[in-house]
Design a protein. Structure first.
Length: 174
């Protein structure tokens, strides 16, 4: 495993890192899953900054990322990225999912973020197959880290056991 990549199981909102990534929706309105947990725990600052982004640009496109501060969360920033809804795989889902990881890491670098935690984007209600999602996520993060020296820690956070076991298997293989 790359020494900058870590895996943990648990609730991403509890992490004391520079940034956590949110699996958001296009309108940046807190929904269910990890998005709901982040908006609830982070409070008003996050929803207000999301509302300002919405007023300015309409929200966030699928595969892109925007940034807010972390409100009451222990992290400094939340990077909101919008994963693709799984439609069977022929609607560009993989490229969009890869783009979520890549855009989030670029935004992190631009904000001098050294440590960043990702949830398993799109693998909840958006229905992306978990193993394919894990492979794309790991590959994209590794590719980015190969060309970057500013980000020091990338943490994959799995909430459910199935995702955790998949990531563990894939990362242990290296
Ligand atoms: P999406 O709409 O992108 O599928 P979800 O929030 O439904 O987003 O699910 C994405 C992943 O986030 C799922 O694997 C889910 O188990 C996980 N998840 C849900 N709550 C949390 C949390 N508090 N911390 C970390 N991961 C979480």
């Amino acid at each position: 495993m790359s020494d900058k990549i870590e895996l943990m199981r648990g609730d991403i909102t509890t992490l004391n890192v520079d940034a956590i990534v949110n699996a958001a929706n296009n309108r940046l309105i807190g929904g269910g899953g990890v998005d709901g947990a982040i908006h609830r725990a982070g409070g008003e600052q996050i929803s207000q900054e999301c509302a300002a982004i919405r007023r300015e640009s309409g929200g966030c496109k699928t595969g892109e990322a925007v940034i807010t501060r972390g409100g009451f969360l222990p992290c400094k920033y939340v990077i909101h990225t919008v994963g693709p809804v799984w439609h069977g795989g022929s609607k560009g889902e993989e490229a969009l999912l890869r783009s979520c990881y890549n855009s989030s890491l670029h935004l992190a670098k631009d904000h001098n973020i050294k440590s960043i935690a990702f949830p398993n984007i799109s693998t909840g209600v958006y229905g992306y197959p978990k193993e394919e999602a894990a492979k794309a996520a790991i590959e994209e993060v590794k590719r980015f880290l190969q060309g970057d020296t500013s980000i020091e820690r990338v943490i994959f956070v799995s909430f459910d056991e199935e995702n955790y076991d998949l990531y563990k298997k894939l990362l242990d293989k290296e």
